[in-house]
Design a protein around this ligand. Sequence first.
Ligand SMILES: CC(=O)N[C@H]1[C@@H](OP(=O)(O)OP(=O)(O)OC[C@H]2O[C@@H](n3ccc(=O)[nH]c3=O)[C@H](O)[C@@H]2O)O[C@H](CO)[C@@H](O)[C@@H]1O
Ligand SMILES: C=C(OP(=O)(O)O)C(=O)O
Length: 427
Amino acid sequence: MEKLYISGGNPLRGTVTISGAKNSAVALIPASILAESPVIIDNLPHINDVEIYIKILKELGAAVKLEGSSLYIDPRGIQSKPLPNGKVQKLRASYYLMGAMLGRFGEAMIGLPGGCNLGPRPIDQHIKGFEALGATVESMDGSLSLKATELRGDKIYLDVVSVGATINIMLAAARSEGLTIIENAAKEPEIIDVATLLTSMGATIKGAGTDVIRITGKSKLLGCRHSIIPDRIEAGTYMIAAAATRGDVTIEQVIPRHLEGITAKLEEMGIRVLEGDESIRVAPQKQTPFRSVNVRTGPYPGFATDLQQPMTSLLSISEGTSVVTDSIYAARFRHVDELARMGARINVEGSSAFIEGNAAGLRGAQVTASDLRAGAALVVAALSAQGVTEIGGVEHIDRGYDMLEEKLLALGANVWRKDERVGIHGA
Ligand SMILES: CC(=O)N[C@H]1[C@@H](OP(=O)(O)OP(=O)(O)OC[C@H]2O[C@@H](n3ccc(=O)[nH]c3=O)[C@H](O)[C@@H]2O)O[C@H](CO)[C@@H](O)[C@@H]1O
Ligand SMILES: C=C(OP(=O)(O)O)C(=O)O
């Protein structure tokens, strides 16, 4: 069992380069299934979710080669096979196999997805979309079976703004006959990224990034080359970590517009953030305590729920009371009890955390990450704390942070990983 150790208190200083976005990568890889010639995806992050997806594609019969950060996928050998359990349960984004396999073969049998345990995460809107396109969807023994003799475009109004449903419907619609219109679509940058790939493959997609997306499908899509957008959640995590350690960090290879939600909140706390064209700097701070703020998560361009947990750590070391409300995942507060072990004072009521900030800071402790961003929250807290923090549940963090220790070490953090069975890496 691996653990991450952080001896806190070092201000992070220097530059860090952000990797390609996890939530794009895990949609672009299955999107390649729809093509009838090779797809090359550049700027691929080296994270566990991507590794699992590569294995799934190989299992389906694709020829896949990873060279550095470029992934070559030849989807021609892919066969329609059931994937009831196993790897699909290890990540959330395995649900994209439903849209992609349905689009390519007119059938799919996929186990229900895994991913972070954030409370209920239904996929009824995905199913509603597939049914509107002409598929019959049946639930059996923890899997969904989808079948369509013909996929035909339709108008689909999403009852809930959903990233996954928007992308999944786009995938199936890209190989459907005629026009599909998604209303009340999600507007996250990763949706534009997937639309760009599908357009390069030959589909016609208008309106991605707005709440109405129009997709005109093609019976045959071809391969292409595509570079993944920067990971705004990884970037936001480093911004928060820089502030929490009162460091001076330039975060490179980002799209600052994608970071407006977090930038605005940091500035409201009195933290200096300087925007470049493709970089963002969290500059040295005055020694006065950070101000408390209230945060409410929302669909993009609102404050990202995936940054709510690390933000809670920063607010724990600010002055005054902050209220953090997660309107996307009401139960996304499993990090709170762990932060309490480090001295944070947080009460959760309903979908809100009431944080009594303590500018004197946190102290190292033994903690466990229950999910990916809970892990990020604990890393931020540990970097700022006095003493050593031992973080378990590292496998969750590895789902989404590319070269975390290497990047933190280069910024001056004192971090190492220990596998109880083998010894120490990266000290
Ligand atoms: C792989 C991936 O991209 N994961 C992201 C994606 O997850 P994911 O795509 O699973 O999240 P959604 O955008 O679908 O979920 C948003 C909200 O809609 C609800 N909902 C969703 C679908 C549905 O059919 N029915 C329904 O009720 C969910 O329970 C949630 O409350 O967006 C989330 C919200 O930005 C992020 O936290 C995740 O990092
Ligand atoms: C919730 C997340 O991921 P997933 O949807 O893949 O579980 C996340 O990236 O914070």
